[in-house]
Design a protein. Structure first.
Length: 307
């Protein structure tokens, strides 16, 4: 089959995005003393990990990889994380808010927002502080959500990992102000300018493995207020009379399974997934229960130190 003009343009666009991301990776490694790459196990961090390997090939990735583990991730995510770390020989660091676990903090005992603050935001801050990391590399993209769109590629954090939008530094082409003072740290976002569709096209082009949860399959779910929640283990409390049913669902974004809604979809392959996205204008994060409770919810979390 001959290559179309659209495919050529698409390939050049991906090549440009890849080049920018690799530049960010190398700039980060050169400008900061102790970088760390945050690995959520999702599609964006899978792409990020691949870009880091490309950036420093044939050498290893020159910084650790950190995963924030709440204890409530999908089981397939954890299996994928461990297999990937072993296959690539990653310096994997797992950060957990052990005090929160010991005190029995769950998505059901404290509500989504407080649970997220304790088990994600606090765990992230503690993990970064424990490692003495001065820059954290993440897979956030500007098209994900309104507060994400305010981020710079190099995003300054004040003492305590606080994000203050009005204190962000201007970005002039490839000139980076990487100076840090008084407890400041930096967040670096190599794929800021990518879209969800770009990510999946890159996954297809590079033939990357991703967590199978992204593709439709028969899965046990319960429907709650219009959201399909997968019954991933026996910790999910069922309401009286609530019985899981098998539905063909997939997940556009991955996180803690009680807070992540699935979507019915005929996308069983990467190509089918890309075709679906080309006609679907629903927000990627519409199934993330932690993003609710008002339009400023994500921004409030980011001010507190959430990624």
């Amino acid at each position: 089959m001959s290559t179309t003009h659209a495919q050529i343009v698409e390939g050049r666009a991906l090549a440009d995005l890849e080049a920018e991301a690799i530049w960010v990776m190398r700039e980060t490694a050169a400008a900061f003393a102790r970088p760390v790459l945050l690995y959520s196990i999702g599609k964006d961090s899978t792409v990020l990990l691949h870009l880091a390997r490309k950036a420093f090939h044939p050498g290893p990735i020159p910084f650790p990889v950190m995963h924030i583990d709440t204890g409530w991730k999908f089981r397939e995510m954890i299996a994928f994380r461990d297999a990937t770390a072993a296959r690539l020989g990653l310096d994997l660091r797992i950060a957990t808010n052990q005090r929160g676990r010991d005190e029995g903090v769950t998505p059901f005992t404290h509500g989504t927002q407080e649970y997220t603050r304790i088990m994600k935001t606090v765990a992230l801050r503690e993990g970064l502080d424990a490692g003495g990391f001065d820059v954290a590399i993440g897979g956030s993209r500007r098209d994900e959500e309104k507060s994400r769109a305010k981020e710079r590629i190099f995003s300054l954090r004040e003492s305590g990992h606080r994000w203050e939008p009005r204190k962000q530094r201007p970005e002039f082409w490839h000139t980076v102000n990487s100076s840090l003072v008084g407890g400041q740290t930096m967040r670096a976002f190599p794929i800021s300018n990518w879209t969800e569709l770009d990510v999946w096209r890159y996954v297809a082009a590079e033939e990357l493995d991703v967590v199978p949860l992204y593709f439709s399959a028969p899965r046990p779910v319960v429907e709650r207020e219009g959201v399909l929640v997968m019954v991933d283990d026996d910790r999910l409390p069922l309401a009286p009379g609530e019985v899981p049913e098998i539905r063909e669902v997939r997940f556009r974004t991955l996180g803690c399974y009680p807070l992540t809604g699935g979507v019915t979809s005929p996308a069983y392959t990467v190509d089918e997934l890309i075709a679906e996205l080309q006609v679907n204008n629903m927000s990627e994060r519409s199934g993330r229960l932690i993003d609710g409770e008002g339009s400023g919810s994500m921004e409030r979390k980011k001010v507190e130190g959430y990624f």
